[in-house]
Structures are given as structure tokens and as C-alpha cells.
Design a binder for this molecule. Structure first.
Ligand SMILES: [Zn+2]
Length: 473
């Protein structure tokens, strides 16, 4: 809309003190505009270009994002995992939040719009500053005032946890995998303390579930998880105890070679509780395969039987189950919704990248073909970072498809995985002259198809929420 002489985003028009602050499009660029309502301009602290009459044109820099968060607190992340339902979407490219907002505007689910692992930062060449700022600007532009979270996802070191918390991230997902031992690791003899605590006992969790350990099961639980528990305890003491930082704490034990049995889950939780570690969510590794970007693979009946007990354990101790790699797990969403009794945290990450590539396939099939061929060429390299098992031979040759058929590749499980994991290499591919081969063209296309992208994302994430049993509010 035209507003005060600018191409303004209508929902971004806000006032603070004696100024009107909004976002406007100028060609390819989006900027913030500050206009005094009357009298002298108010010193808000933005750095920008003086347009005369007290008006200021503010570029979207990190410093200005900080000023925005100060004057408009809804653009800063807040804790929200205590809500029954929370859902992490992340925004790998920094362009997905408007589409995500369309979904979360209309349902009672706390959204975690900023969510990135260090691996994703490295592969996309972004920083946590940039990830958070992109979300703050998007939330301001869309006028989303319901609150959102920012998750420093899968952090493994003190340094990374400190980095995310110092920027105001509202959630930390501690990845304990470096401290989780394989199940066949040499078992040390059981200490008397553990024996007294766990053996010959029935742990009554309620809801008809009682657990008990054999000596071997106990030994295995200790062998696999004792060091990981120690790591979580140290991080908790350093950052969260005495509310040093106001952030939600998630314990992730999902990136391991073997699934977390319900008994092991119970053991980890019991030990953490006894050590005084309080956390919002815990992510076990479920049975079967939660591969990126495709539906659940494995024994659905076993999954259902086990998540039932995982759900009871979480309720017994008073935290939520967190389900990672949750994108596209349509066949098991109904049992997740049911067995958690609608109390869960679900994370998806790369699915918004796949929808972005669907927009490319729809709007510019030629560009999609180029990217697809490159992805095939670098698949092996990308597979070092992710556990996926596509059969590339099953993907129809992209050159044999008509333009109209190209978008259908994004419904093909093997093609989805191919594109899913090669994003870093695709975005970073450079020409001999140093310019980006794809990145700039892709971003230009996404910018000019903002509406289509938001629509696709809203439909796709909306389907996740519906199957999880979330009703529109
Ligand atoms: Zn995970």
C-alpha cells in the first residue's frame, strides 16, 4: 500500500512514543522507515539515512535489529515451551517466516521461528545474529505479536551454548551425542549405588505402566548414557541453574546409532531429575527411521507401542517429548498427537527449503533442472553430513520431464532427500569469477514469488499440524 509516500507493508505499521515505524519496499530492498508524528524526531537509536523532515530510512542491519527488539518487544524471542504445543520450523534461508506466520496466526501452537544448528549455520554461511535478525524483521513486517521462540539447535559445546544465549536465544537444545556410547561398549561393573537404586524395583509410572530393570538392562543404560547425563548436568549448572539465563532447555539424545528404549529414557530422566536438572523437553531417538524430508520408515505398530510409554514417562516427570526430524512424518503424526495427549514439541528444519525449491520448480523449471543436476553430482559429498538413504536410480532423469512434470519431483521421496541435504553445496557453488552459480538467482526468484512461497509453506506446515490434532483457533 502507499503510505506517507512509501511502498509500505500494511501490517508493519506500528507506533512508538511519538513516531510511526514501518517497513517499505524500495525496488529489491526492504527498509524500515521512521516518521515523527508531530514535532521533533524522537531519538529511537536507529542508524540510517536522514530523509529530511525528521524522517529516517533504516537499513536492516544487525544493530538496527537490536534497536527494533528494544522498542517492539514482540520482535524478540521469548520462552514458550511451557505451552502444551510448540513447534519449531526454523528458517534456513531467512525468507520462510512470513509463510510460517500465516499458519501460526490461526492455531494455538507456540512457534519457534528461529531454529538452526551449527551444522546448518556452516552449510548456509549464516550466523546466529543473522538468523535471529531475519526473524525479528519478518515478525515486524507481518505484525505477528503473539510471541515466538529462538532455538540454538543441536548445540554440543559450552562455547556454542554461550554464543546463542548471549544473543538472547530463548531455547537451547543440548546435543549429547558426543557423550553417548554404543550399546556394545565395554560395560564396567555395576556400582552398589546403582544396584540399590534400580535393581529389584518396580517403577510405577501410572496409566498402567510399570518399569523394572534387569541387571543387563541397567548396565547398558549406564554404559550408553552416564557420560551424556554428566554433560547435561554440567551445562545446566553453568547456564541455567539459578536462572542465569531465561531460556528453555531441551535434552537431545536422538542422534545416536541405536534407538532409546523406554527403559533407557526413564533412566536418563530419573538421573537428570535426581541431579536437579530441570528441562522443558527431551528428545529420544525413536525406533524406526526419522529420515529428513520423508515419511516415517519402520514398524508403525512398534512405534505406536513405544511412544505410548515415552509419553507416560514424560508426563510422569513433567516435561514434554520432543520429536526431531519431524518434517513429513505424516503416517505417525496421529499417534504422536494422541499418545502425547496433545502435549509436544515437534521440530522440522529443511522442509521449508524443499518448499522453496518447489517454488523454483513451479516458476522456473529450467533453473530447477540446473540445480537438480548439480545436486546429483555432489550428493556423495553432502551425504557425509546427513543420514539419508535415497536410491538415486529411482529418480526420473530431470531432462526427460516436461516443465509441467518438474515440480512433481518434490513429491518423490528419493528426489526430496537428494535436494534436502545438498542445500549447502547448492547455495555456496561459485563460478570461476567468484560469483555465485545459483544463490543470487534463487534468492531473486524467491523474492519475486514471496506470495506463492508463503502459500505453499502455510499449506505444507498446516498439514503437519492438522495431522497432529491441532485445531484452528
Ligand atoms: Zn535431533
Amino acid at each position: 500500500m502507499r503510505y506517507l509516500g512509501f511502498d509500505a507493508y500494511e501490517k508493519s505499521i506500528h507506533t512508538t512514543g511519538s513516531s510511526v515505524v514501518f517497513m517499505a519496499r524500495e525496488g529489491d530492498e526492504i527498509v524500515i522507515i521512521c516518521v515523527p508524528k508531530a514535532g521533533a524526531p524522537e531519538p529511537l537509536g536507529f542508524t540510517g539515512q536522514d530523509l529530511g523532515d525528521g524522517r529516517l530510512r533504516v537499513p536492516l542491519t544487525h544493530e538496527n535489529a537490536g534497536v527494533l527488539r528494544k522498542h517492539f518487544p514482540f520482535t524478540a524471542p521469548v520462552r514458550g515451551l511451557q505451552r502444551d504445543r510448540s513447534f519449531g520450523v526454523g528458517d534456513r534461508l531467512g525468507i520462510a517466516t512470513p509463510g510460517h506466520i500465516q499458519v501460526f496466526e490461526t492455531c494455538d501452537v507456540f512457534p519457534v521461528f528461529a531454529q538452526q544448528s551449527i551444522r546448518e549455520l556452516n552449510l548456509t554461511g549464516r550466523t546466529y545474529e543473522d538468523v535471529l535478525d531475519a526473524v525479528s524483521f519478518a515478525v515486524f513486517k507481518e505484525g505477528f505479536t503473539k510471541g515466538f521462540g529462538a532455538d540454538g539447535d543441536h548445540l554440543k559445546t559450552v562455547k556454542d551454548v554461550e554464543y546463542a544465549l548471549s544473543l538472547g536465544f530463548s531455547m537451547i537444545t543440548l546435543d549429547c551425542s558426543d557423550y553417548i556410547k554404543p550399546e556394545d561398549a565395554d560395560p564396567s561393573p555395576l556400582s552398589q549405588t546403582y544396584r540399590d537404586k534400580y535393581l529389584n524395583k518396580a517403577f510405577i509410572l501410572g496409566e498402567g505402566i510399570t518399569l523394572s530393570f534387569t541387571e543387563k538392562e541397567l548396565q547398558q543404560s549406564i554404559g550408553v548414557y552416564a557420560e551424556a547425563i554428566g554433560f547435561a548436568r554440567d551445562i545446566y549448572a553453568r547456564f541455567f541453574k539459578d536462572r542465569r539465563y531465561e531460556a528453555d532447555f531441551e535434552i537431545s539424545i536422538d542422534e545416536t546409532s541405536t534407538p532409546t528404549t523406554p527403559l533407557q529414557h526413564f533412566f536418563v530422566a530419573q538421573e537428570l531429575m535426581d541431579a536437579g536438572v530441570s528441562f522443558a523437553t527431551l528428545a529420544p531417538r525413536f525406533c524406526g527411521e526419522f529420515q529428513k524430508g520423508i515419511d516415517y520408515r519402520g514398524d508403525a505398530a512398534q512405534f505406536e507401542a513405544e511412544i505410548k510409554i515415552h509419553g507416560v514417562i514424560a508426563r510422569h516427570f513433567g516435561y514434554k517429548l520432543s520429536i526431531h526430524s519431524g518434517s513429513d512424518k505424516f503416517s505417525v503424526f496421529p499417534s504422536i498427537g494422541r499418545e502425547t495427549q496433545g502435549v509436544f514439541h515437534v521440530k522440522t528444519a529443511g522442509t521449508n527449503w524443499l518448499e522453496a525449491m518447489r517454488v523454483v520448480a513451479l516458476a522456473d523449471p529450467g533453473l530447477y533442472r540446473e540445480v537438480h543436476c548439480y545436486a546429483l553430482a555432489v550428493f556423495e559429498e553432502a551425504a557425509a553430513y546427513y543420514h539419508v538413504t535415497p536410491d538415486l536410480a529411482r529418480i526420473p532423469p530431470v531432462d526427460s520431464l516436461t516443465d509441467g512434470e518438474v515440480p512433481g519431483l518434490l513429491d518423490h521421496p528419493d528426489a526430496r532427500q537428494l535436494i534436502h541435504i545438498t542445500y549447502g553445496l547448492i547455495l555456496n557453488k561459485k563460478n570461476p569469477d567468484g560469483s555465485y552459480t545459483f544463490k543470487d538467482r534463487l534468492y531473486r526468484l524467491w523474492r519475486s514469488h514471496e506470495g506463492l512461497y508463503a502459500e505453499r509453506l502455510a499449506a505444507h506446515i498446516g498439514k503437519h499440524l492438522t495431522l497432529l490434532g491441532v485445531e484452528k483457533s
